[in-house]
Design a protein around this ligand. Structure first.
Ligand SMILES: NC(=O)c1ccc[n+]([C@@H]2O[C@H](COP(=O)([O-])OP(=O)(O)OC[C@H]3O[C@@H](n4cnc5c(N)ncnc54)[C@H](OP(=O)(O)O)[C@@H]3O)[C@@H](O)[C@H]2O)c1
Length: 340
């Protein structure tokens, strides 16, 4: 970028798009002109500031230098339909969706892990999946220092990971059940919704859903395979054995992960603690528990409960939590824009 200030576009004003607008302001990103796009034109308010949203179809995409895409994925998603047009008009696109992450000429970046992957980009850069980003921030220093033979992740993912409709679904279901039970004794309460679920394919209020994404190869889901393929690409290490189970939980924001890992080189809890304490983007808490409620609205990946598996050589557990809308999406994308 030649000038000090750049023309920035944000595409999508859902859960991630709004957080992007917030992160750009909070980090004093050097913006000359800010344009905001969605499917339809309207005014929105972000933290008291009114912004004009332009309809993306048929808009003038010229003079935009960085375009942060947070539109829906797939054929009708913003990146599939419009990213090329923005790039041809001169912008660099940073996309939050999964459509292009694994393409060979698309850098997939977590700035704490592989910032150099941005060199030689062809105008399109991808942000990894929220679930992958926080695991990478926690594991990249361990991979760099000791190598990783394998890791297994069980994730406890917040409703906002599925967008603003899912958040209101969790809220509506919770209100409905509380309202239905307001005069009942605990022994007689109604725990299941009587109508259709409101945020996901199954009820999320007072429940967990042990499937995120669509069913995919070998009984795993698309979300679970993202952890495997995206990690291999970001760490540029295709030998790491990775397996995961992704679960949706009734939390509004911040994903949690229990990660079991086996470094290649022999290490210890003390060495790992020192490393995590000194690593960018991590808030290591040796004596405290990391809660999703505390991570919400913050930038760090909180890591706690580091411990050795007493039954295995050189294998460990850690617990990590991060705001899926910030480090898992908007913040990581803005950090990539800062690298540019
Ligand atoms: N939520 C997370 O934690 C998270 C984390 C990492 C990555 N992501 C990815 O980030 C993207 C956005 O997710 P989200 O959670 O913010 O979704 P969301 O809350 O459902 O919002 C989607 C937004 O995208 C806009 N949009 C959809 N199709 C569009 C199109 N063809 N052209 C222009 N705008 C379009 C919508 O416009 P209208 O408002 O006009 O309908 C809406 O503002 C998705 O690809 C998602 O997979 C999300």
């Amino acid at each position: 970028m030649k000038n000090d200030k750049v023309n920035v576009a944000v595409v999508g004003v859902g859960a991630v798009g709004i957080e992007m607008l917030r992160v750009l302001r909070q980090r004093n990103f050097p913006i000359n002109v800010l344009r905001v796009f969605a499917r339809s034109a309207r005014e929105i308010k972000v933290d008291g500031q009114t912004l004009d949203v332009e309809a993306i179809e048929g808009a003038d995409y010229s003079r935009i230098e960085i375009a942060l895409f947070a539109g829906t994925e797939g054929e009708k998603g913003a990146a599939s339909l419009y990213a090329d047009k923005f790039i041809k008009a001169g912008a660099v696109v940073i996309d939050n969706g999964a459509d292009f992450r694994l393409k060979e000429d698309v850098p997939l970046i977590v700035p704490e892990a592989n910032p150099d992957a941005i060199i030689g980009h062809k105008g399109f850069i991808a942000n990894p999946n929220c679930n992958t980003i926080q695991a990478i921030v926690a594991l990249a220093p361990i991979h760099r220092e000791f190598g990783l033979n394998k890791f297994i992740v069980s994730s406890y993912q917040a409703a906002s990971g599925a967008g603003k409709g899912a958040v209101s679904g969790l809220w509506e279901e919770t209100k409905e059940l509380i309202h239905a039970n307001k005069d009942k004794d605990f022994d007689n309460i109604q725990k299941k919704l009587t109508g259709e679920p409101k945020g996901f394919s199954h009820q999320i209020a007072f429940n967990v859903i042990p499937q995120i994404g669509s069913p995919d190869k070998d009984g795993y889901t698309s979300e679970e395979w993202k952890m495997v393929h995206e990690t291999h690409k970001i760490l540029n290490d295709y030998e790491i054995k990775i397996s995961s189970t992704c679960v949706r939980v009734p939390v509004f924001t911040s994903h949690s992960e229990a990660i079991y890992f086996t470094p290649r080189k022999q290490t210890s809890v003390t060495e790992l603690e020192e490393l995590l304490n000194a690593s960018a983007g991590i808030l290591y808490q040796s004596d405290e528990l990391a809660f999703p409620l505390d991570a919400e609205g913050t930038d760090e990946v909180f890591v706690s409960r580091l411990r050795k598996d007493p039954s295995e050589e050189n294998s460990y557990w850690l617990w990590c939590v991060a705001d899926n809308l910030r480090k898992g999406a908007a913040l990581n994308a803005v950090q990539i824009a800062e690298l540019l």
